[in-house]
Design a protein around this ligand. Structure first.
Ligand code: FA5
Length: 342
């Protein structure tokens, strides 16, 4: 073999290698190309190397140089292709098997108390009560004074309420005119509605209330109430009992038993407490009564002309009874295994 033929063979080898390494798109295909060209025993480069001995002695140096250049080029082609295949694999992300069965992604659910609120609003809407809202941070006028709760009433005790600070100063005088607190009942909204609307009024208000009660299976320091208020010319106790019975059977089922017990609230006269029966026991779920004339006067209504009833029900207890939840704290533990059941 002369030097011209030898160099031509090397050029052809490099050309073929450029084509075959570029076409290899998987590690396996690249390995095949590597063995074909750079294989130590029978690779094409090795075959040409063996022919170097047939060159005339004065051409061997030139031949050796050309051989080394071709070898380096082949090694470069191999390294480039390895890099290309590696980065393609990284770009295409994790490999998925489309034949595997699918599964539902974890979807969130509406919290049981929010579901209950929506349900109660729907039932009361059918009974003609419009939903209104009031603020959770209240002043003493709306939380106490207008509701006929005098200054010395134990319900205003700082130990029974969450008083807030005013202008950076802690309130320790619960009677201060500008005292603010987290509302302890939704009855505050009765006052706000009557201050801003003339009778007739037929509303409900659902929201959070706060009391420093110790948590136990039926009490929590933050809970929800549904307040109801119906003021018109001729509303009497019979209406109150009918509305609460209709409501209870709509939400808890026609077999629910409820009872009214005489009670006392400063803002209603007469007043009752309402219980439902659950597992052979009575549980209180709300307070109610005919709106006290002092409250009507405080908002500028004439008790000789109009009157009506109000009620305040514990939303958690209603939700618990309907869904068989025996501990109110389960509603607020944020345990997804519990919450996903609703
Ligand atoms: C009141 O809050 C009155 N404002 C209700 C009312 C409104 C009476 C209008 C008359 C007219 P009481 O403090 O009893 O009443 O609370 C009403 C209901 O809230 C209770 O029956 C109970 O179901 C619920 N409740 C009270 N405290 C808690 C608590 N710590 N955790 C969970 N629910 C509670």
């Amino acid at each position: 073999m002369d030097i011209g033929e030898f160099k031509l063979a090397l050029e052809q080898l490099v050309q073929d290698a450029e084509r075959d390494f570029a076409a290899a798109n998987t590690p396996d295909a690249l390995e095949q190309a590597r063995v074909a060209y750079l294989g130590a025993r029978s690779g094409r480069l090795k075959t040409i190397q063996k022919q170097m001995g047939t060159l005339p002695p004065d051409c061997r140096k030139e031949g050796g140089l050309a051989f080394n250049q071709a070898k380096q080029r082949l090694q470069q082609l191999l390294a480039d292709s390895q890099q290309r295949i590696k980065s393609n694999a990284a770009d295409s992300g994790p490999q998925i098997d489309p034949t595997l069965p699918g599964y539902r992604p974890h979807l969130g659910t509406v919290h049981p108390i929010t579901q209950t609120i929506e349900h109660l609003m729907e039932i009361m809407g059918r009974l003609g009560f419009a939903a209104v809202e009031g603020p959770e941070v209240e002043d003493t006028w709306h939380n106490f004074i207008a509701l006929n709760i005098p200054e010395d009433h134990p319900a205003r005790d700082p130990l029974d309420n969450f008083y807030l600070t005013v202008a950076g100063q802690a309130i320790d005088d619960a009677d201060a005119k500008d005292a603010r607190l987290l509302r302890s009942q939704t009855s505050t909204v009765q006052i706000r509605v009557m201050e801003n609307a003339s009778p007739p009024v037929r509303v409900i208000s659902l929201g959070r209330v706060y009391r420093p009660d110790e948590a136990d299976p039926t009490h929590f320091p933050m809970f929800h109430q549904m307040e109801g208020l119906w003021i018109d010319r001729e509303v009497h106790m019979g209406h109150l009992k009918s509305v609460l019975r209709l409501f209870a059977t709509a939400y808890l089922g026609s077999d629910v038993q409820i009872r009214f017990r005489p009670s006392f609230f400063p803002f209603t006269e007469p007043s009752v407490e309402v219980d439902f029966q659950w597992n052979g026991q009575w549980m209180e779920f709300g307070g109610a009564g005919m709106v006290d004339p002092n409250v009507l006067r405080a908002v500028g209504y004439d008790p000789e002309e109009v009157g009506g009833f109000a009620f305040g029900l514990g939303v958690e207890r209603l939700c618990m009874r309907r869904h068989g939840v025996t501990d109110i704290r389960d509603l607020y533990r944020n345990d997804l295994r519990f919450l996903h059941q609703f």
